[in-house]
Ligand binder design. Structure first.
Ligand code: AHR
Length: 620
């Protein structure tokens, strides 16, 4: 295969080629990247997912019950935990989100109590394996029956626990009470990424940072939409003090605490230097009705309020609200996506006839520079709006989509907001079968097929905004959707960076600012895209080989690159197509070779079947 890369005639890239898509699915938020260690800290619930005591258990002879007191902690957190006992050492214990990672570091906690108690609480972390107390502190009670009082504490374990099989407990001497105490909002945080209060898990954030992502599409996905009225992701219920965050039944079968809220998402973007792609609720419930055209105005106005909260001056109503929460400096939003997959589920007609237009018009009137994205490419809105393409499929099908974007409208930027290879190939070919199981982890054959698809997207730089694998995160103890880019458990040393993570890490880390045309060769079984990076001055060729019976020899020349020039070939391979990364096992082999251009500036190398390579000729 002889490929000649020209020097002009390519297209500028968006600068946003690789990013992240996040929604709370697979306990990716609560029990995931949101660093709160206590599961069910505030007994949140609704008629859809009722409040529960689980997984709290009683210590000593205490009787636990949920109560809705006439004087609750807050109107948004009406349910609290009553702990009844009149003598002995009693209390409550929580196993965290399927474990608690205990290390010699500072944990910051607090709990609210109502009831008479003169004495001290003991807050502790204990090993469930050895029953050893790993950390413990005395918290003097200032509890009273007349109001809810917050008690704060810190814990510093004297040693790392054997594993994450640990619990958190609060105990006290019941003889000092009037027979029972009420508890709510019992919280414990480890150190968070960049030490943000109410922040994110450092290990997962570091893994995400390794992808050098340019954008974060959030907060969904289906989870934005809600299943049925009146529940959907409401921005103004996710801000402010934790005691004022109601939570809501997400679409993935569990209650969302909303502890990870709008401000935390924006800080996440700040911390990883990403642009928010803010998904807004577009008047459609996943299983329910669309809001009628006549009734849509308040929902559009609510989005405008959200944007004012994020971007408005402190003198504006919602900018003032932001400032009152401690954020005087506004954030900026350049990208908005209206809804999610609005071509599906019966929402299409209302979306294409009035819903999209209503949000688009209102946003553009105030923020003309924002790129407004539709949540699908099924409709041509005839405006400067962008679109969002989602594809979950099988490896062969992805490879068949190498040319998919070739016929898209030039200048009409499309986000690939969700993509993943999810099931093995079948002899008859075709796409995913939703009634069959999907892979638990990304498989290498799927990752290489994703590479072919992404190369096809990168070749269409003038039409593409960027791509984000989905879902992003999977709690291995409780998940609804696999495969996922990163898997994790409570044990922060056991994160799985999947084969598809390794691909994004490579492709996102070798960005082109412009594509360049190539001549020579036909696509398949090798696929490629070439370009330059005008910041580093390098020439780049990204390539993947899929379904080849033999290694593919490649001879590549770049116009303007002379004999003797040096390049780096980074190659990813894995043993067989159906190998995958799992806890403690990374099957992806990364080799880095130094190459030197021979006569005519040619780089010669061979790519094995099921491999992904990036050839980078240093600038200068
Ligand atoms: O990524 C999982 C789900 O797939 C998303 O919530 C939805 O947008 C898509 O159907």
């Amino acid at each position: 295969l002889t490929i000649t890369v020209g020097s002009t005639g390519g297209n500028a890239t968006s600068g946003m080629q690789y990013g992240l898509m996040f929604e709370d699915i697979n306990h990716s938020g609560d029990g995931g990247i949101y660093a709160e260690l206590i599961q069910n800290r505030a007994f949140q619930g609704s008629t859809v997912i009722p409040s529960t005591i689980k997984p709290w258990t009683a210590i000593g002879g205490a009787i636990l019950s949920l109560k809705v007191l006439s004087q609750p902690l807050s109107s948004t957190l009406p349910t609290s935990l009553n702990v009844a006992a009149s003598s002995g050492v009693v209390g409550i214990s929580n196993p965290g989100w399927w474990g608690i990672d205990v290390k010699t570091q500072k944990y910051t906690g607090s709990f609210w109590v109502k009831g008479n108690y003169k004495g001290a609480f003991i807050a502790s972390l204990e090993s469930s394996i050895t029953n050893e107390t790993l950390a413990s502190t005395k918290v003097d009670s200032v509890a009273t029956s007349s109001e809810w009082i917050q008690h704060n504490f810190t814990l510093v374990p004297h040693q790392d626990a054997l594993n994450a099989n640990n619990t958190f407990s609060i105990t006290y001497d019941a003889s000092g009470t009037s027979g029972s105490l009420d508890f709510n909002l019992i919280s414990l945080f480890p150190p968070t990424y960049k030490d943000r209060p109410n922040g994110l898990r450092a290990d997962i954030m570091e893994a995400l940072g390794g992808l050098k992502p340019s954008f974060l599409r959030m907060p969904g996905g289906n989870n934005l939409e809600g299943n049925d009225p009146p529940y959907y992701w409401k921005w103004n219920e996710t801000i402010g003090a934790l005691k004022d965050r109601r939570g809501y039944p997400g679409t993935w079968g569990y209650e969302n605490t909303n502890g990870l809220g709008l401000v935390e998402y924006l800080q996440w973007c700040e911390d990883l230097n990403m642009e928010p792609v803010l998904a807004i609720w577009a008047g459609f419930y996943l299983d329910g009705p669309a809001i009628s055209s006549a009734a849509l105005a308040p929902y559009v106005e609510d989005v405008m309020n959200e944007l004012e909260f994020i971007m408005g001056p402190v003198s504006s109503q919602y900018g003032a609200l932001r400032a009152s929460l401690g954020y005087t400096k506004p954030w900026s939003i350049k990208y908005i996506e209206v809804g999610n997959e609005d071509n599906l589920g019966g929402g299409g007609t209302s979306y294409s006839s009035y819903r999209f237009e209503a949000f688009y018009t209102a946003i553009k009137a105030v923020y003309p520079d924002i790129l407004v994205m539709a949540s699908t490419v099924a409709y041509n809105f005839g405006t400067d709006a962008a679109g969002d393409y989602h594809q979950y499929t099988r490896p062969d099908y992805f490879v068949g989509q190498f040319n998919y974007f070739d016929h898209f409208r030039t200048g009409h930027k499309t986000l690939i907001g969700e993509y993943a290879a999810v099931q093995p190939n079948i002899p008859a070919g075709g796409g995913v079968n939703w009634s069959l199981p999907k892979w638990k982890f990304p498989m290498w054959i799927g990752t290489v097929a994703e590479a072919v698809f992404l190369i096809g997207a990168e070749r269409n730089a003038d039409k593409l905004f960027g791509a984000s694998y989905a879902p992003l995160l999977q709690n291995l103890n409780s998940y609804e959707w696999s495969p996922d880019l990163i898997s994790f458990s409570a044990d922060t040393s056991e994160d799985v960076l999947s084969t598809s993570y390794r691909l994004v890490e490579l492709f996102s880390g070798t960005r082109m600012t412009s594509t360049l045309p190539t001549t020579g060769g036909t696509f398949g079984p090798a696929y490629w895209v070439a370009g330059t990076n005008n910041v580093t001055g390098s020439h780049i060729l990204k390539t993947a080989v899929y379904n080849s019976t033999a290694p593919v020899p490649m001879n590549v020349t770049f116009a303007g690159v002379q004999a003797g020039a040096s390049a780096t070939l980074t190659l990813l391979t894995a043993p067989g197509g159906y190998s995958f990364n799992s806890v403690g096992n990374d099957v992806v082999q990364k080799t880095v070779q130094k190459l030197q251009a021979t006569a005519g500036g040619m780089f010669a190398f061979r790519l094995p079947n099921l491999s992904v390579g990036v050839l980078e000729v240093a600038g200068g």
